[in-house]
Design a protein around this ligand. Sequence first.
Ligand code: URP
Ligand code: ZN
Ligand code: ZN
Length: 458
Amino acid sequence: MGLLIKGGEIITAETRQHADIFIEDETISAIGSGLAVPPGTEVIDAEGKLVFPGFIDPHVHIHLPFMGTFAKENHAAASAAALTGGTTTFIEMVCPSRNEGALEGYNVWKQKAEGQSACDYAFHMSVTRWDAKTEAQLIEIVRDGTTSFKIFLSYKNFFGVTDEEMFNTLKLAAKLGVITTAHCENAELVGQLQQRLLAEGKTGPEWHEPSRPEAVEAEGTTRFATFLEQTGATGYVVHLSCVPALRAAVEAKVRGVKLHVESVLPHFLLDKSYAERAGVEGMKHIMSPPLRDKRNLPTLWNALKTGLIETVGTDHCPFDKEQKLMGAKAFTQIPNGIPGIEDRVNLMYTYGVKRGGLDIHRFVDALSTRAAKLFGLFPRKGSIHVGADADLVVYDTKYRGKISAATQKGINDYNGFEGFDIEGRPSVVTVRGKVQAHDGVFVGQPGRGRMLRREPQR
Ligand code: URP
Ligand code: ZN
Ligand code: ZN
């Protein structure tokens, strides 16, 4: 039986048009006005609503052993929350620790997701050490369709790579034609500053940001760009948080370094005063890079509007209050991360498109199309055209609500955006032609999601 999305206004990264969308099996088979469809077709009335391509979150953590605990998340729950909020595909970071092999880690992450996720998903493969077997294992992983790497310049002795390991990874990435994403902070400086602050008795969450100042992120960004330049690899800075790091990235872009920039939901809406709240309230807002001084926010928004920041992810990484309290005696022990997979689309639509002058096509581009193109999912994902997967978000711009942990679908016991207004939310969300969420309710099937195997980008 076919599905007809009738009478909506289709908004892509480039175009807008009032038209019907007809879906057969899993893909879009026709777009046009007053489409004649076979008897028995299910009709979704999208009159007065916008129709977006399914949104793609290019940066999430679901299975994550980290900082002495595990992210409080699983694929069934995260994908249900994602779909309710309009995200139909996510790309999860595979993050083996340094004492695990790359392939061993990759297989663990694949098994965790398999048969669990309701939405489609792909992986970025983190390279967390380099030994005699790493190159062959990474080649095998790329052959399996995971065609993007991740490196951490931070988290020394855990996920972090040395400069030599970064060089080897980027050399291989250039040879294979795959993109490398990077967390850019100087690990040595972070470690030294943390020790100095703790020795001075500065133990609360408000000292997290001073332990990883903007200059430390700018240095990481500059160094990553220099290594890209010398290896000819293509890079992607994840969760960029501040003006000095943005300057470093733009400086590299203008000298021809193949560097792309992502920022994430918290850095557009929150500032370091959230992490300066007393006790667990501050701890809820500890992430790395940290929330910054609010003077950074207007520049990040401008960079998003002009495309210098190309994509918006979440860095979804939930820990509950009990886990956050592991850092009650020292901010260095607070598990880093905040959830966001459910709220990215609605919050960026509200504070970007509705209230912030963000062009609606740039919104679609930044939250869907650009990630699809950068990470080899396009044209199957990230747009609305005949032949594409029928991943669609019928969006109700008249909905009004507030973010609240009490009503969220995610399993975490807080929401870092508590009380934020929402002006719009998905009314119907489809993945490959099947309705998965309806007006804030998940109606899909855990386990229906597929791992998306991708080709190298060149
Ligand atoms: O604080 C964060 N960002 N936690 C998740 C791990 C990472 O660095 O992306
Ligand atoms: Zn990171
Ligand atoms: Zn991350």
